[in-house]
Design a protein around this ligand. Structure first.
Ligand code: KIV
Ligand code: ZN
Length: 564
């Protein structure tokens, strides 16, 4: 029995009776900090090259990040070199702060400041581990020993910064493995650190609370954040930041609830690359805000570029179902979804608030095309097929024909087993409904109306072998049906017919669709023509041809005039 849940102990919830965060609503975006170049980079099989780092940095700047953690320069020479490059080549915009991480160890802090020499603005991010398991099993230190590491680190950070007043410094402290730390102890360490840094006297300070490992449901993390915000000293002078990982798959949810619980700032990575199951996904969280009508303060409209750069820098491909960014996230294959989307999109007026079933945001906003929304496979239904014909070929089908044709498409999809593209759908429509056997081509028609109805004279057949037909009826269809009955003995009962004027951009001006029985057999056809009467009469002839055969019935020609 190796799969044994009894090996694990449930995380103890926070004993809290003054919980307020569940009633809070996020009304503005937090301050974002992208840690792709540090936490994200540390998790890669192949860490980023300098060129890849530069590409990622430039993207982050372009998206609007004002705080970017660029590395761990004291622990990695490439990170050190990249930091120097950014500073020496003046590549950091004036409104962007670069952030670097260091452990709270004197030699590492010294080296970190070397890396930052000459920076205009920088965040020095110092951390040490505070959790019970790390204290007891990794460091073998008690609470006082761990607190001392933090205080000594904070003191050195403060003192070295004071020697470099040319840089605008922000100090950041992380009680690493915060989620596994007793809350009273976390507060004690934080108070000790801010007692050194004195944000209340004007020093900008960030206290970053990491879910280094996500250990419980997001509500527990929110309780932890609210608890800390309520208890720590100098709260109003601090920026409280959260840094969630995704071990339980709730990194974004935990960060969102943490913001409701009082966090001002959120660290994460684009698309969530990071240690183990990843960091909090900045794209998802920012887009979640966007979808609620909140300015995310980041420009994520070029989602294709974002995924391209992230993939190129991390060498990790984007999951097709990745929220907002995946190839398939705005695509509906299911018939009922397609139908609902088609109806909502067609009702939508310019300027309306977005309210489209199955699409939480307008795909267009992130650079996606409506063409991708409805894709057809064997799961799709009439709505989707009709939508594709309308969208790509300006062909609107009546409901009865949508139902009929979707079965044709479904059969094809079942046979080929995959997706049916728009071109194939059109070809299937042409083959099944629009094909006109030469013998049944309408060459010309003449309608004479009087008080009794219509007399139709039509010419049908190949250019050099058409025949003339004549019939009577209340309308054109009835008159031509009458002609076919007398000439070929085919009795026709029309069950449904519809005609549509076509929009601009097509050669034909009209589409007609007809369903009938000819000699008791069901058939249906459609036709495109310059005018609605031609389209209707051709659809009638094409439908009859399906029952009578591609060639005109032999007896029809006996004794008849055939024009050359
Ligand atoms: O996950 C974590 O705890 C970290 C810290 C160093 C902030 O990445
Ligand atoms: Zn982390």
């Amino acid at each position: 029995m190796s799969f044994d849940h009894r090996k694990y102990v449930a995380f103890k919830p926070v004993a809290k009776t003054d919980r307020r965060w569940p009633d809070k609503v996020i009304e503005k975006a937090p301050t974002w900090c992208a840690v792709d170049l540090r936490d994200g980079n540390q998790a890669l099989v192949k860490p980023m090259s300098i060129a890849q780092k530069q590409r990622m940095f430039d993207l982050l700047v372009k998206l609007g990040f004002k705080e970017i953690e660029i590395g761990f320069p004291a622990a990695s020479q490439p990170d050190f070199d990249f930091c120097r490059k950014l500073i020496e080549e003046n590549r950091v915009p004036d409104d962007v702060k670069i952030q670097v991480l260091t452990q709270a160890r004197p030699e590492l802090i010294e080296r970190t400041y070397e890396a930052l020499k000459g920076a205009k603005r920088a965040i020095v991010h110092v951390y040490n581990s505070t959790s019970t398991v790390q204290r007891e099993q990794v460091f073998g230190l008690d609470r006082a020993g761990i607190r001392e590491i933090a205080v000594n680190g904070a003191t050195l950070v403060r003192d070295i910064a004071a020697r470099h007043p040319e840089t605008e410094w922000t100090f950041q402290y992380s009680p690493e493995s915060f989620t596994g730390t007793e809350l009273d102890f976390a507060a004690e360490v934080i108070d000790s650190v801010t007692g050194v840094w004195r944000p209340d006297l004007g020093q900008p300070v960030i206290i970053n609370l990491p879910a280094t490992v996500e250990m419980a449901t997001p509500n527990v993390f929110a309780d932890q954040i609210e608890w800390i915000c309520d208890r720590i000293q100098r709260r109003e002078h601090l920026s409280i930041s959260v840094h969630t990982h995704n071990d339980r798959g709730c990194g974004v949810a935990a960060a969102e609830l943490a913001v409701m619980a009082g966090a001002d700032r959120v660290e994460g990575t684009l698309m969530g690359n990071g240690e183990r199951t990843g960091n909090m996904d900045l794209v998802t969280m920012a887009m979640n805000l966007y979808s609620q009508g909140i300015d995310p303060t980041l420009d994520l409209s070029g989602m294709a570029e974002i995924t391209e750069v992230v993939e190129a820098c991390t060498e990790i491909s984007t999951h097709p179902r990745h929220p907002y960014a995946g190839e398939l996230v705005f695509t509906a294959f299911s018939g009922s979804h397609q139908d609902a989307i088609r109806k909502c999109l067609s009702r939508r007026q310019e300027g309306d608030a977005w309210n489209v079933a199955y699409l939480p945001i307008d795909p267009f906003d992130v650079g996606r095309r409506y063409e991708e929304v409805v894709r057809i496979n064997s799961q799709s239904g009439k709505g989707g097929v009709a939508y594709v014909l309308e969208r790509d070929y300006n062909i609107s089908l009546p409901r009865w024909l949508q139902i009929e044709f979707s079965k044709v498409v479904q059969r094809e999809a079942e046979t080929n087993g995959g997706e049916i593209d728009s071109l194939t759908i059109h070809r299937l429509f042409e083959d099944r409904y629009l094909k006109v056997p030469e013998d049944w081509a309408l060459r010309s028609y003449d309608l004479h109306r009087d008080e009794n109805g219509v007399r139709a004279e039509v010419s049908v057949g190949a250019v050099n072998g058409s025949i003339a037909l004549e019939g009577y009826g209340l309308g054109a269809v009835e008159a031509v049906s009458d002609a076919l009955k007398h000439r070929f003995g085919i009795s026709i009962a029309v069950e449904a017919y519809d005609e549509f004027a076509l929009g601009e951009g097509t050669n034909a001006n009209a589409l007609a669709c007809i369903r009938l029985t000819a000699n008791g057999q069901h058939c249906s056809a459609a036709a495109l023509a310059e005018d609605t009467t031609s389209a209707t009469l051709q659809a009638l002839l094409s439908a009859v041809a399906q029952v009578a055969g591609a060639e005109l019935p032999a007896r029809s020609l006996e004794g008849q005039e055939v024009s050359a």
